[in-house]
Write a protein that binds this ligand. Structure first.
Ligand SMILES: Cc1cc2nc3c(=O)[nH]c(=O)nc-3n(C[C@H](O)[C@H](O)[C@H](O)COP(=O)(O)O)c2cc1C
Length: 210
């Protein structure tokens, strides 16, 4: 199957059957998220992989009681930085220098530019920017799951403050942005499984300027 066929196969499963996703498939899905591009390469988020059934049970009531939260194999929580700090920015720039093995004046000037702007901004604005980056990784995880023949249901329908509390995210300078249960569709209990995918036409989506 080509990638586009797999993207047509995927849908936001409303019911999952509790089957476990093989660890090597899950690892590749998470690796796709890790490889996602982010603004200035800062990767301002972390991914929590909830395998623990009790923790899933705690999250379900604060996620509109959606059954996929507990019936998935693994629940991914994309948790964005609550703000940008000098320490966080320096960590990624230092990591780049360490991995590449050299320092570069242009890159160091760019570091100073970010240090003189992001940390001074309002934390809410910074969190929203960080959350957008988390969504890029989230989207890559969805595509990677489809590639693996694994279902993934994107979930924004939850109370972020309650999930932060359950996972102790605020103490770590993180805030939940979006959830992604990974698992297998329960065909016999999902009203959506046989419905045709609806997308607007390419003409309505795309404007080409020659
Ligand atoms: C960011 C985001 C949040 C979503 N939140 C939910 C949700 O909380 N519950 C749900 O059942 N579907 C949720 N969806 C699924 C969308 O409704 C679904 O992706 C869309 O209708 C397109 O259908 P398809 O993914 O099945 O092709 C969400 C999708 C995205 C991208």
């Amino acid at each position: 199957m080509e990638l586009l066929d797999k993207l047509k196969w995927r849908y936001a499963a409303k019911a999952m059957n509790g089957m476990k996703v093989p660890q090597e498939k899950l690892d590749r899905i998470i690796e796709a998220a890790r490889l996602a591009p982010t603004s200035s390469g800062l990767q301002p988020f972390e991914i929590y992989v909830i395998k623990n059934q009790e923790v899933k049970e705690k999250i379900r009531p604060v996620a509109w009681n959606q059954s996929v939260i507990t019936d998935c194999s693994d629940l991914l929580v994309f948790a964005a930085w609550d703000t940008y700090t000098a320490e966080r920015i320096n960590y990624m720039f230092d990591l780049t220098n360490k991995i590449r093995g050299f320092e570069n004046e242009g890159w160091e000037n760019y570091r100073q530019m970010l240090l003189s702007s992001y940390p001074q901004k309002d934390a809410e604005e910074n969190f929203n920017h960080a959350a957008k980056q988390a969504y890029i990784a989230f989207s890559q995880a969805i595509t990677a799951a489809a590639f693996e023949g694994v279902d993934a249901t994107p979930i924004e329908g939850f109370d972020p403050a309650a999930v932060d509390e359950i996972l102790g995210l605020r103490e770590k300078g993180l805030r939940s942005a979006v959830l992604l249960p990974i698992g297998y569709r329960d065909e016999s209990n999902d009203w959506l499984v046989n419905l045709v995918k609806v997308r607007k036409s390419t003409e309505d989506l795309v404007t080409v300027i020659e």
